[in-house]
Design a binder for this molecule. Structure first.
Ligand SMILES: CC(C)(COP(=O)(O)OP(=O)(O)OC[C@H]1O[C@@H](n2cnc3c(N)ncnc32)[C@H](O)[C@@H]1OP(=O)(O)O)[C@@H](O)C(=O)NCCC(=O)NCCS
Length: 118
């Protein structure tokens, strides 16, 4: 996935390193007037320390710097911790994509955050 993403001009991949150890990453696309957050992952041992919020906050900051209108993403309906994280940062549910995930047929929630200029 990393190699494929690195080959896209519009794709950005950022790694969070704490005390020399990689604890998480975020992947997002810069597309036209919006930023699409593809994935954010924190290593299991490093969760609930605020790193997820830091990574998603970074993407929102980039969107602000770029003058993007919104940040959007899809998340599994059953992924409570991710949904709570996004809602805490101001994302709101904008729609639902039925059977979006091929592995188990789970629906996706489409969430978005309107970017305000700094
Ligand atoms: C979703 C994910 C990225 C969140 O990462 P995280 O680093 O645990 O996120 P945060 O620490 O910012 O927030 C998680 C929880 O920790 C709590 N927390 C944050 N800082 C804290 C602190 N200093 N002390 C205690 N709790 C804290 C938050 O309140 C939150 O609680 P909640 O889940 O009950 O709402 C992580 O669970 C993950 O990698 N999941 C697997 C991949 C995934 O599903 N990614 C999303 C794809 S769309």
């Amino acid at each position: 996935m990393f190699l494929q993403e690195l080959s896209n001009d519009f794709s950005e991949l950022e790694l969070l390193v704490v005390d020399g150890e990689a604890v998480g990453f975020v992947v997002y696309w810069l597309v036209a007037d919006e930023v699409h957050l593809l994935n954010v992952v924190v290593a299991e041992a490093s969760r609930s320390c605020g790193y997820g919020a830091l990574l998603v906050g970074r993407v929102v900051a980039v969107a602000e710097e770029m003058g993007s209108e919104q940040v959007c993403l899809e998340v599994r309906v059953g992924n409570g911790s991710a949904i709570r994280l996004y809602e805490r940062l101001g994302f709101r549910v904008m729609g639902r994509r039925p059977k979006y995930y091929a592995d188990n047929g789970e629906d996706a929630l489409l969430m978005g955050l309107v970017v305000t200029m700094p």
